[in-house]
Design a binder for this molecule. Structure first.
Ligand code: FAD
Length: 428
């Protein structure tokens, strides 16, 4: 098959689906290709589904860097950086981005995008899309005084930025969510935050994009970008050529494989995470909980409880570390003893698309202006998918940007110096 469209989107995860919906609603002729047998074939399906502007610190911070180094020899650590030579260029940029002023700026950008995206999630649900959007707030629970102090410091900044925040001692946290165990010394509650089931969110958005006229082609893999000078004419796929005026690369952790073919540097690596699911019981938690020290998220879904965690930068592979899965489950059971005794299902793994500074990469480059990258959202891709779709539509349709696109541009990574120095100054 050979087909021409206004926009060809590669990747049918949360980000690709939201781009398709925004563009189709704006009247563009949109084709989305997804190599899996269904939408959300990769990371989006198994995310914890938390939409939490209060948790906007990027993965690049001194705290994470120190944890990554401490965990080098710890096979069950929640954050792991493999010292792999193929990851070296990414790791060098990551280390530069961990400087406190860079991390603070990253948090501000992520928070602003996340607040806007939370409202877009709410609007999609208000329109009647069955995205499973549920607004019951999110609890950030601590099991140590130091953990609580860190949550409260973050809460102070979030409150200053306009988020509603409630600080709770251990007993107050347990009366809000009785499933919390005695190890919880306190918590910060964000009452306006929400959660959803990632797979059902993408399904609902994809179905709506289809109704608006987008073609969603499943089992179609983008193999090669077809370049002619400074333009990409389309994509060679396993089902023939797909031509388009603009190509959007929303291929999650595999984005760089495609973008790199035409010299677009979009350094995205896979940040592996796991979840296991437990059957719901009458005592199932009602409110999602993020445990600070264990770095574990517990999300109540319709008929089950999802327990997720770990960020392992170890390349694009699907190896499961049972020790890390066990550590995730143990962390969840320590904080919520009622989960003990419920048999977990098989572990699931997903690769978060991680940029070195933890901020999404959204935009085109001057080198190939008709290729738009939409990736690198790390631990916040489900939350940020609706605002990403909006920004991509604004870029492609030349609409006034609703947010500053400068800190999101792919070109910020072109040189290491610019990633940490001049570019940082430019984006202030
Ligand atoms: C354990 C865990 C918990 C998480 N919890 C949260 C959370 O609470 N909140 C949150 O916001 N985020 C969370 N995340 C992160 C979130 O899941 C990701 O950021 C998000 O799913 C990324 O979406 P995406 O569309 O960019 O990528 P993906 O969902 O990975 O989609 C990319 C798609 O592109 C397809 N593809 C790739 N290459 C090609 C090709 N060549 N041709 C065709 N198709 C291709 C893939 O098959 C895939 O379906 C979590 C992640 C994990 C692992």
């Amino acid at each position: 098959m050979e087909r021409h469209s206004d926009v060809l989107i590669v990747g049918g995860g949360a980000v690709g689906a939201c781009c398709a919906l925004e563009l189709a609603r704006a009247g563009a002729d949109v084709v989305l290709i997804e190599r899996g047998a269904q939408l959300a074939s990769a990371c989006s399906a198994g995310s914890a589904g938390l939409i939490c502007p209060g948790h906007s610190a990027p993965i690049s911070s001194l705290e994470s860097l120190k944890l990554g180094i401490r965990n080098l020899l710890k096979p069950d650590g929640a954050f792991f950086l493999r010292p792999d030579p193929t990851l070296a260029p990414w790791l060098a940029r990551y280390v530069v981005a961990c400087r406190p002023e860079r991390a603070r700026r990253g948090t501000k950008i992520m928070r602003e995008l996340s607040v806007a995206s939370l409202e877009l999630h709410a609007s999609l649900a208000d329109e009647g899309l069955p995205t499973t959007f549920t607004r019951r707030g999110i609890l950030n629970a601590a099991e140590t005084d130091a953990g609580l102090a860190s949550l409260e410091a973050e809460a102070g900044e979030n409150a200053e930025a306009g988020l509603r925040v409630e600080s709770l001692d251990g007993d107050a946290a347990r009366s809000l969510e009785p499933e919390l165990g005695p190890s919880v010394v306190g918590a910060v509650f964000y009452p306006d935050e929400a959660h959803c089931d990632g797979a059902r969110f993408v399904e609902a958005v994809g179905a709506s994009a289809h109704t608006e006229g987008a073609s969603l082609l499943l089992g179609v893999e983008g193999l090669r970008l077809l370049q002619s000078g400074s333009r990409v004419l389309g994509v060679e796929t396993n089902r023939g050529r797909m031509l388009a005026d603009t190509i959007v690369i929303a291929a999650g952790a595999w984005t760089q494989e495609l973008a790199g073919q035409v010299g677009v540097y979009a350094p995205v690596v896979g940040g592996k995470g796991y979840h296991v699911e437990l059957a719901a019981q009458p005592s199932t938690p009602a409110i999602p909980v993020l445990f600070k020290e264990a770095r574990v998220a517990i999300t109540p879904l319709s008929d089950r409880v999802r327990v997720g965690g770990t960020l392992e930068l170890s390349g694009l592979n699907d190896t499961i570390s049972q020790r890390r899965v066990d550590a995730v489950l143990a962390g969840a059971r320590r904080g919520m003893p009622g989960l003990t005794g419920r048999e977990p299902g098989a572990p699931w793994l997903g690769l978060r698309p991680c940029s070195p500074d933890g901020v999404p990469i959204i935009g085109a480059t001057s080198r190939i202006p008709n290729v738009v990258v939409a990736s690198g959202h790390a631990h916040m891709g489900l939350a940020l998918a609706p605002i990403t779709g909006r920004l991509v539509r604004e870029i492609i349709r030349n609409d006034a940007p609703s947010h500053d696109l400068h800190p999101l541009r792919p070109e910020r990574f072109q040189t290491l110096i610019r990633a940490g120095g001049r570019g940082a100054a430019e984006s202030r």
